[in-house]
Design a binder for this molecule. Structure first.
Ligand code: FAD
Ligand code: 5PR
Length: 379
């Protein structure tokens, strides 16, 4: 089929709502394919929320595709081993057959994507909230301005206004466990002997259910995820209830003391959203707007980024954006659906506490290669 933009002698335009990992990835990928792209972020500045993040082979391949991998690799870390402990005893040490994975701060990943978006010429607008979208190809902003485009992307997170203005059928649910996520200094010397460069998923079921996911991001920064049931007032308290955490994890005291100083700490429950469809006419939903998932497999952003890059690939293949979006959802969605289902089961059953839970099924999304469009690991 003829190149659609060449056939119409007109550069195609995309309006994107949301400057998170999904929106930024889509913006760069479309722009690299010659689209005019404007991205709208409702906040007054472009920044990441949350603390740390895991990316696996799939997300790292997206970064390669959008020209941001080198920047992300500098200042991030691949732990030698992904350990799981139960009651302070090691139950598994996983290395995933050499599958690439990486831990970093969210700000680090976000900075790399924003820099790349600027470098390729994406127009970035802050203080620009999308309030509605029209499947015919219109995005309405909070100012009342209506923008027309060949493609509208709703990457505006779990509370998506783009999605809700159109009215997709959706199932939503919220977990009973939640998490306090923080970045603290590594304190490696103070921690003393131990394999403190590893990821260590530390589970305790008694006397209370409390878990810490210990994740070094680089030489200076440590991502801590402190998990407790929402029904536990002390485990879910913010700022941190230092006593209750040090009692359970005494060997992490130097880091926990730092964590307790953070007044802005939040306790978040996991949200899951499942839609009947990710597209309507010229509107596509990406990331948490389409498929918020439990974080057990560390794949919400990874799947979002794969889907964003794949969207940019698929609108190149067909002259009708509507047809391309249908084909895109059919092609790429099943991997995300399966990942979301396993993540949900693992979270509900606290399955990761058993160790060795990164089975081939659980790693399906991670093994996908969005550039070659095949599952490519093990090679
Ligand atoms: P968001 O990150 O929510 O970005 C949406 C953006 O849109 C924000 O900047 C927001 O300000 C803006 N916005 C909102 N509304 C509007 C509007 N109306 N108009 C304009 N802008 C708007 N994923 C991983 O891959 N690896 C992990 O290790 C991992 N760990 C996680 C741990 C926890 C505890 C949780 C809860 C999630 C985790 N995830 C992880 C999932 C990941 O955080 C999300 O899937 C990902 O951030 C979604 O990106 P997004 O761009 O779709 O949405
Ligand atoms: N894995 C990762 C993660 O960030 C979380 C979980 C598992 C990478 C939450 O922080 O099980 O909750 C989890």
């Amino acid at each position: 089929m003829a190149n659609p933009s060449a056939a119409s002698h007109r550069t195609r335009r995309a309006e994107i709502a949301g400057g998170g990992f999904a929106g930024l990835t889509a913006a760069i990928a479309l722009r690299q394919n010659g689209w005019d792209v404007r991205l709208h972020e409702k906040s007054p500045e472009l920044r990441a929320f949350g603390a740390g993040i895991y990316l696996w082979h799939n997300g790292l391949r997206v970064l390669e595709g959008v020209g941001a991998l080198e920047d992300v690799l500098k200042g991030s870390h691949t732990p030698p081993t992904y350990e799981t402990w139960m009651h302070n005893k090691s139950v598994s040490r996983e290395t995933f057959n050499g599958l690439p994975w990486r831990v970093m701060t969210r700000q680090h990943l976000h900075n790399a994507l924003v820099n790349r978006a600027r470098a390729v010429g994406v127009e970035l607008r802050v203080d620009s909230e999308a309030v509605a979208a029209d499947p015919a190809g219109r995005l309405t902003l909070h100012t009342g301005e209506v923008l027309e485009a060949d493609l509208i992307v709703g990457a505006d997170g779990v509370g998506s206004k783009v999605r809700d203005s159109i009215g997709f059928q959706q199932d939503r649910w919220i977990s009973t466990d939640g998490i306090i996520r923080l970045i603290v200094p590594r304190m490696k010397q103070q921690l003393g002997d131990g394999e403190w460069d590893n990821t260590i998923d530390m589970w305790n079921f008694s006397p209370r259910v409390q878990r810490i996911l210990y994740s070094p991001c680089n030489a200076n920064e440590l991502y801590l995820g402190l998990m407790a049931p929402a029904a536990d007032p002390r485990g879910s308290r913010v700022p941190l209830d230092l006593e209750v955490w040090v009692e359970m994890f005494p060997f992490l005291e130097p880091c926990l003391v730092e964590a307790a100083k953070l007044q802005t700490a939040r306790y978040d429950k996991y949200e899951t959203t499942k839609l009947d469809s990710w597209t309507r006419g010229k509107v596509a939903l990406l990331g948490d707007a389409a498929h918020a998932m439990c974080p057990a497999l560390g794949q919400g952003a990874g799947c979002a980024m794969v889907n964003a890059l794949s969207l940019a690939q698929d609108v190149e293949a067909t002259s009708s954006v509507e047809d391309a979006l249908d084909a895109w959802e059919k092609r790429i969605r099943p991997i995300t659906d399966r990942c979301q289902a396993i993540s949900g089961q693992y979270a509900a059953n606290r399955s990761l506490s058993k160790g060795n839970m990164f089975t081939p099924e659980a790693l399906e999304a991670a093994c996908y290669d969005p550039l070659r469009r095949i599952p490519s690991w093990p090679q």
